[in-house]
Design a protein. Sequence first.
Length: 358
Amino acid sequence: MARAAERTASAGLGGLVVSPGPDLVYLTGYEAPPLERLTALLIRPGTDPVLLVPELEHPRAEASPAGGRIHVESWPDAGDPYPVVRELLGGPDAPVGVSDRLWASHLLGLQRELSHASFVPASAVLAPLRMRKDDGELGLLAGAAEAADEALRRLTSEVLEGRREEDVAAALAMHLTGAGHDTAAFTIVGSGPNGASPHHHAGEREIRDGDCVVLDFGGSLGGYFSDLTRTVAVGAPSDHIREVHGIVHRAQAAAFQAVAPGVAAQEVDRAARSVIEQAGYGPDFIHRTGHGIGLEEHEPPYIVEGNATPLQVGNTFSIEPGIYLAGRFGVRIEDIVVVTETGARSLNQAPRELVSVA
Ligand code: ZN
Ligand code: ZN
Ligand code: ZN
């Protein structure tokens, strides 16, 4: 919070309004419900932060990790919280930073009350802090990644042929928690032509011999996420599946090799993309190479053309190139990596070669 306040001041902002969600958890450890009743941590340069909560949640806030460390103020249930925010922030004319996840209804209330202030995303201040993971955070991310690897190991020792995607997705969710996650967050199972849709929602299609199956899944551990993708062949893969998988595998390795402190995020995207382009599949790689990961499944830094932000030690993100052939199949390989002094370390160790399952 001290660093956030320093950055708020140096960015010329009058304050930060941090709403329930990952920003609030990061700064205070308080997991508050995002509701129509306003809860907000107010970061005020030059003075102490204050946590403003609905009166009925005062006990909950005091019992949280924020209690005793941060002054908690409450507003009455029949009252209006927005004038309270104006008073607590000192009615700034300077721009105010608001969490990306602040509800529009709350922002509209703040805009009405702080009519002279402009509003900017608080991520301008908070993303650079959240992007550099400390050892505790890296430990949780590594534990989550290890549990994802184990979930994959358990799933691929089962028979997939003859099962519906949604049944395999349910099994994956069970393995995610069984292998050590607190909760399963998402389970993409894209078999055959469904694999060509990167965010396919697992459905009723029955997995068949010869299918290529994209498995992309993750869960959270201590609030931090895993996100792993492997594409497996059911039975013997066709030559075409082998070829495309080999290209994606090389693209994923090239991107990993490109990671080092000081390298622009977009260079990692270029490294993966150039392998796929040179193999003639450029138009079939229809998304960025990766996304940051931490308290959110997707967060900065984004590994995408146009992002010239230099990577820093402690950044964690996915490397997940893919090739998607509409009506046929898709292939994606994804690991979570951390930037180290000398390059990168993969938090996932699951085999990246094409694996054939029953
Ligand atoms: Zn995705
Ligand atoms: Zn994923
Ligand atoms: Zn991902």
